[in-house]
Design a protein around this ligand. Sequence first.
Ligand code: C2E
Ligand code: CA
Ligand code: CA
Length: 746
Amino acid sequence: MAKNLEEKIEIIKKIIDKTSIPICLYKNTILYYNDSFKKFLEKIDYDINKEIEILINKNNEKTVENYSDYKIIIEEIILDEKYYIVQIDFNKEENQDYQLFNSKPIIKINQNGIIVYKNQAASYIFDIKEKNINNLVNVSLIKKSIDDGNLTTIINYKEKTFQLNIFPTEDFYLLYFIDITEKSITEKKFKILEKAFNSIHEGIIITDKENKIIMTNTMFSKITGYREEEVIGKNPSFQSSGKHDKDFYIKLWESLYRDGFWEGNIWNRKKDGSIYLARYTISTIKNENNIEYFVAIFEDITELSNSKNSVEFIMNHDYLTGLFNRSAFEDKTYELLENLKPNRKVALILVNIKGFRKINTILGHVIGDFVLIEMSNKLKNIFKENIIARYNADVFSILLEYDEQLKDRIKIDVQKIIDAFKEPLLIKNKEIFVNVNIGVSIYPEDANNIYKLLQNAEESLYKSKIDGLNFYIYSSIDKRDEELYNLENFLRKALKDELFELYYQPQINSITDSVYGAEILLRLRDKDGNYISPAKFIPVAEKIGIIIDIGEWIFDKAFKTFYEWFYLKCYNPINISINLSPRQFNDPNLLGMIERKLRMINIETKYITIEITEGVAVDNIKNVIEKINYLKSLSFSLAIDDFGTGYSSLAYIKKLPLEKIKIDQSFIKELPASKEDFAIVVAIINLASNLRLDIIAEGVETKEQVELLKRLGCYIIQGYYYSKPLPSTEFEKLYLEKIEQAEEIN
Ligand code: C2E
Ligand code: CA
Ligand code: CA
């Protein structure tokens, strides 16, 4: 697109402006010149117009006139009429620095790109060896540029960027280069800044000192619904929601002027009329001491204030899963029961993760947390709109409302839970299978108030655990209650009539085949002479508190037997283990009771081991450690029983001052087949030997298991492979036999 004369002259004027060497446009007289040229004019004492005229009129090839320390170069340029570019070029010798640093490269080429002239700056900066300009810029590009009417273009040379200004003369092109590297970097920087400005997640409003908006970013528009053009020039107060009084804004401005900064929440109105809460940080940008701009950065926190961060949310929710916590759950239950319509029923479901303690212990608390989160997600998926809570550590609770057809429907819902857990949880690319126990209770059928409803649900859960059921629905007319009631009474009677027996299960050193010790296990026979499993009656004894008295009876009996064997009969003493249930261990009178017994029968307590489960130790570690230390000061040994099944992690166990660890039988049972159990056993043995603890394997039933454990470094074996728990007389027999065998060998 060819440009007309006026346009061309305008372009040339601009080029002249940008050029730092003295240069002017001439036609009959100087039409336009730059600052350098002006300075040059001030220095000379002759009429430059006259001089130029003379030079032009010489009309020979020589358009260069040499003066002592500069030369005047005149180039005719073709702009419809004859115009001239007059340039002052300082001589190298006198003004080298000036040349190099103040002048811009100038090159004159002919139609073929052959360089006919270049100034010092050009030689210095471009380092052109050939006669040809093509290395720097292609002639055809220059020609095309002129044809398109562009007398300026951008070229890159080495690391630098130049604006190339072209002055076409009759047969030549005069090329002026202006280094714009700095400028183009600044421009790039500005582009990046602009991008950043718009990609920031917060809204930004920049206002001038009169607080008129001069700039906003993309997020501003996203949040408020206003486009930038709509708000430029306005005072940001147009967004006001009317929710704040004058005082609020007065304080805001006070602190802005005083501190140059304000932070706080503002209710504003969006374009669509809706009100939102924004978190604002406003600061001032000052020039010397005067405020030039205000920069307000804000984010929409309406959602946040409604949910996650509010105090109310935190008070009512479990931090890990985001579900309701127990107290909120109870409130919601209360509310629901209060407002329940006649003929409608409520089911309270408790879901417990089987073996959660094992997951926590073996895989660590982080994985344990993931399991809980995944659990909660599954439940949320099933019971979307219903009230779901984390009831306690590994129990979730759900509240469902039903009509008359409750019984059928509830089984369907419970089945949904069970089905959901047939699929493994995928945690950190690991498949973890989780089973659940479920306990259900129903209002108002079996409970007429919230407390009874909760209690029944807990009892149902307990039953489903004890009986190994997937779920159990509480029923007040269930005969299990009767059983429980009878068992409670029977336990009281058993204690009174001394129906309990103590059995001794040998612990054998598999290397020497000698008796290392014995664990005392409680036995009770019902009226028909059948054994009742301690796993069944101990929890009941715990629940009704009678375990404390049973415990005292056990200590009494055990100490007497110990005295008989190792003092009266003078057998070599061996280790005797006594179990303490959580309630026994936490009994404040425990230590007093034991000391009392020791005063009556003075035995060497270093041969007595107290077995506690990990569960005992979780609640109040400080108390637990104090108690254990006290028992140790009485020379008892301490063992952690059922190791690997408790809540505690391996790290936690390290804190306890123990002597022994008993590997739980559940890890032994499937050895050597189960790889997972194998890994766990190896880990436990390593841990125990690192902590210099004795290690006892429990529930060992086969020779293979004994050999495997021996190879892994666990020698003390308790289990049916060697012997079932035995009445005291039979144990005595076995003990003596083993000694005899040993003597025969020797
Ligand atoms: P525990 O302390 O872990 O006791 C070990 C249990 O494993 C005993 O069950 C024992 O008979 C059983 N057992 C030993 N070797 C094998 C084996 O090779 N295979 C199999 N399948 N089982 C084996 P028991 O006597 O039924 O006791 C169950 C639980 O009742 C005990 O677990 C303990 O927690 C509790 N308990 C028993 N006696 C007492 C006691 O005197 N006081 C307290 N507080 N709790 C006791
Ligand atoms: Ca035990
Ligand atoms: Ca055990």
